[in-house]
Design a protein around this ligand. Sequence first.
Ligand SMILES: *[C@@H]1O[C@H](CO)[C@@H](O)[C@H](O)[C@H]1NC(C)=O
Ligand SMILES: *[C@@H]1O[C@H](CO)[C@@H](O)[C@H](O)[C@H]1NC(C)=O
Ligand SMILES: *[C@@H]1O[C@H](CO)[C@@H](O)[C@H](O)[C@H]1NC(C)=O
Ligand SMILES: *[C@@H]1O[C@H](CO)[C@@H](O)[C@H](O)[C@H]1NC(C)=O
Ligand SMILES: *[C@@H]1O[C@H](CO)[C@@H](O)[C@H](O)[C@H]1NC(C)=O
Ligand SMILES: *[C@@H]1O[C@H](CO)[C@@H](O)[C@H](O)[C@H]1NC(C)=O
Ligand SMILES: *[C@@H]1O[C@H](CO)[C@@H](O)[C@H](O)[C@H]1NC(C)=O
Length: 408
Amino acid sequence: MGDVPGTSFHSKTTGHVSRSVKSLCTVATNVIIIVSSIFSLFIFVKLTGFYEQNRISIPCPKAAAKHRLQESQNITYSSKGVDKPPNKPKLVIFWYPGPGWDYMLLRDYAKPVFKSLGCKIDNCIYTEDKSLADEADAIVFIARSLGSKPRKLPHQRWIWVNHESSCYSEEAGGVWAGMFNWTITFRRNSTIFFPYGYAQKRPRPLTKNYTKTALNKTKLVAWMVSNCVTRSQRERYVSELQKYIPVDVYGACGPLKCSKRDDKNCLDKINRDYKFYLSFENSISTDYVTEKFWKMLDRDIVTVTRGPANYSRVGIKPEWHINTNDFKSPKDLADYLKYLDMNVTAYVKHLEWKNQYVGLYSKAEVYCDLCAKLNDPSEPVTWYPPGELNKWFIDGHCIPPNDLDFNT
Ligand SMILES: *[C@@H]1O[C@H](CO)[C@@H](O)[C@H](O)[C@H]1NC(C)=O
Ligand SMILES: *[C@@H]1O[C@H](CO)[C@@H](O)[C@H](O)[C@H]1NC(C)=O
Ligand SMILES: *[C@@H]1O[C@H](CO)[C@@H](O)[C@H](O)[C@H]1NC(C)=O
Ligand SMILES: *[C@@H]1O[C@H](CO)[C@@H](O)[C@H](O)[C@H]1NC(C)=O
Ligand SMILES: *[C@@H]1O[C@H](CO)[C@@H](O)[C@H](O)[C@H]1NC(C)=O
Ligand SMILES: *[C@@H]1O[C@H](CO)[C@@H](O)[C@H](O)[C@H]1NC(C)=O
Ligand SMILES: *[C@@H]1O[C@H](CO)[C@@H](O)[C@H](O)[C@H]1NC(C)=O
């Protein structure tokens, strides 16, 4: 994820975790808004006008949570006089390893964006205050930065949240072995499925002249990338492809530069000039389809994917992309792209479905799901025993590329 600086929808520089130096609550909140919104905001601006709402001042989440917790305790404990009233709000702690972190929209819980989701069941209080650990009903840990381990109480759900591919993940051992009850990941059968993005059907299809759009394009294939050596060896696939068709490489791994700070502008240019965009994942890993795919869904460019064997599992229809998997070799793929370049009618067919859907990055809605599950008394007692997270998430799910044997 986040191979291209500034293109990951939740990070500034290093993948999915960003730090800000200042820890003042309001400053941090603003930083988070900017960082986590780089990619989602322009969609929100167009669709919902959330940007305006985001600009209003936001209470410090930590202080607010503590206050709400106290408030609700005062009410429930004093009025009912029982130890565990049935509708006492569930306390969820986001266990950041240090101040100033943000991860996959976790902090959205403190924003109007989250409130506006109107969770059906919202009997939850979210906080980052580690001093409340013993009172927590659930603690959400970031898999690759677990931080220091608190004491675990039996009624608590500890949650492993991860968006790295199986090739770049590992279950923590030692004190963490067997600690996790639930998972939140991009894998289809996580306890709570949290993909990078999704497609939403438009109320009405767009009426666009895609032939006109297509005829305006002067270039063929664009690739934007900054992680040059990967487990999927996409770089080898692309060099082979380049023998047969020009591929313009933008970012740290290629000669062409786009303004990093103005990613939208850059994508706008690519969108206008190019017919094809390579959304090649850094790993071939079950269900691992990142923003590289989703950010192009809304654009009038045909996406070429290289990633997991089955994109349908995460809701991506075959006609939405050209998949390298369907071609014997990079040369065959190049031949097909060149054919589409010559045949506008056929090319436009690949574009036209885009008038039906809008691409959205995943929202903090998963935290509605989490809250609903925590409030559901029928949820079973369950956990991943030591080694089981590896078995489920990693073993056999980092797939070695099988399309790099170019001589046959
Ligand atoms: C709840 O009780 C705590 C301590 O007893 C107190 O400090 C706080 O002000 C009370 N909150 C409300 C809203 O009454
Ligand atoms: C996920 O699905 C696999 C098979 O696709 C199954 O073996 C496994 O038990 C499932 N895991 C969970 C947590 O449901
Ligand atoms: C779409 O644009 C093309 C090229 O400019 C033009 O020939 C065609 O008539 C247009 N179609 C419609 C329905 O406007
Ligand atoms: C065609 O490209 C030009 C610049 O090259 C741009 O100004 C114009 O908006 C484009 N038209 C369409 C229909 O995309
Ligand atoms: C791909 O996933 C879809 C949806 O889960 C399933 O219906 C289909 O059979 C799968 N295709 C293959 C080739 O496994
Ligand atoms: C161009 O594509 C259209 C639509 O797929 C097809 O019907 C037509 O035969 C193609 N023309 C050529 C010259 O290949
Ligand atoms: C959570 O996992 C622990 C093991 O780490 C287990 O003892 C406990 O019963 C589980 N709790 C729930 C509510 O599932």
